[in-house]
Design a protein around this ligand. Structure first.
Ligand code: DAH
Length: 342
């Protein structure tokens, strides 16, 4: 018995464990009902009375050694855990919930516009936000005295001849497309634009536009009407109607503004459509021959149409957002309203 106690004592001293389960297994192996220490206590009953005192002390020392070994193994596991090395964690516990964000209504609308035009065979092109005067105004037939070229309307980075500025519309990307892409061209150009405006419910100094451009031989105003009508039906529902009002833009001739029928009052007149039954969604027109020629395209052979819409405006109409500032304030109560929109 003496040898058994000595042998077990040295094995206990050498015991190691790398997690809580291993410590528990050791406890059962030593001190459980069928454990080795327990077995020695059973054997102790058969020890002759004269040896009981000696073996009793040795057995108690063995039991204490087993307890303190288990304790010290637990402690060292605790400090390992602080180092991040061991894992005393309960891996079956549910994780800390991670709150997923939602897509921003402007991103949702922007991708919806793009995917509609992609279906019609349009490619996507982007251009720089910091542009020169030529791409934003000059090549688009803006006369030198046009008010958009004034500091009051445009953010200038540099002044002088062909100044650098923040683009005021994505029509600048049409110019880059006409300069670089082979014909025919069929593109939409999404992007941020900047205007020197006081921020209010209806105006912001930063907003988003999607520009469209189609140039080929024999493109007509009727083609444009059809493309815009199909877009409106995809965006606002199969029963959407459009109307075009004559308008003016330096880069298109003829030009028009496009309205879609108000889907809130169904044309009866409400405060959103200001009693008219119609909501303006974009500007459009046939690309002015001067604009084609400025980018080196033969205006006798080619014609095309262009259109431009504000993403905030489309989103406002779709979800009846009344204040433009909501898009930029990142108030979670507002953003979570779009959780269910894919
Ligand atoms: N660039 C115009 C704006 O910012 C929108 C626009 C109107 C774009 C007519 C066009 C167009 O391409 O043909 O207000």
């Amino acid at each position: 018995m003496e040898n058994k106690i000595a042998d077990l004592m040295s094995r206990i001293e050498a015991m190691k464990a790398s997690n809580m389960q291993e410590i528990e297994d050791l406890r059962v192996k030593l001190l459980g009902k069928k454990g080795e220490v327990t077995a020695l206590f059973d054997e102790f009953r058969t020890v002759p009375p004269e040896s009981k005192r000696l073996f009793g002390q040795k057995l108690n020392a063995l039991k204490n050694a087993a307890h303190s070994k288990l304790e010290s193994l637990k402690e060292s596991l605790g400090s390992l855990k602080q180092d991040g090395a061991g894992s005393g964690n309960d891996l079956t516990m549910p994780g800390t919930p991670f709150e997923a964000g939602t897509r921003h209504p402007i991103s949702i609308t922007r991708s919806e516009i793009i995917s509609i035009f992609r279906k019609f065979g349009y490619d996507v092109m982007e251009g720089p936000e910091i542009e020169d005067d030529w791409h934003v105004f000059g090549a688009l037939n803006f006369p030198p005295e046009h008010p958009a070229r004034d500091m009051q309307d445009t953010f200038f980075v540099t002044t002088g001849e062909n100044p650098i500025l923040l683009r005021t519309h994505t029509s600048s990307v049409q110019v880059r497309a006409m300069e670089t892409l082979p014909l025919p061209i069929r593109i939409v150009c999404p992007g941020r634009v900047f205007r020197n405006e006081a921020i209010s419910a209806r105006a912001h100094c930063i907003f988003h536009q999607v520009e469209g451009l189609y140039i080929d031989e024999g493109v007509s105003f009727a083609d444009m009407k059809q493309a815009i009508l199909l877009f409106a039906r995809e965006m606002f529902g199969a029963d959407a109607k459009i109307r075009m009002r004559p308008s003016y833009f330096p880069f298109t001739e003829p030009s028009a503004e496009v309205d879609v029928n108000c889907n809130i009052c169904k044309g009866k007149g409400c405060n959103i459509c200001k009693g008219t039954g119609w909501l303006e969604i974009m500007g459009c027109g046939m690309v002015d021959p001067n604009v084609l020629e400025a980018s080196g395209i033969d205006s006798k052979k080619y014609s095309g149409f262009a259109f431009g819409m504000g993403v905030e405006r489309i989103a406002m109409l779709k979800w009846q957002v009344k204040d433009l500032r909501e898009y930029f304030e990142n108030d979670l109560r507002f953003l979570h309203e779009f959780e269910t929109v894919i």
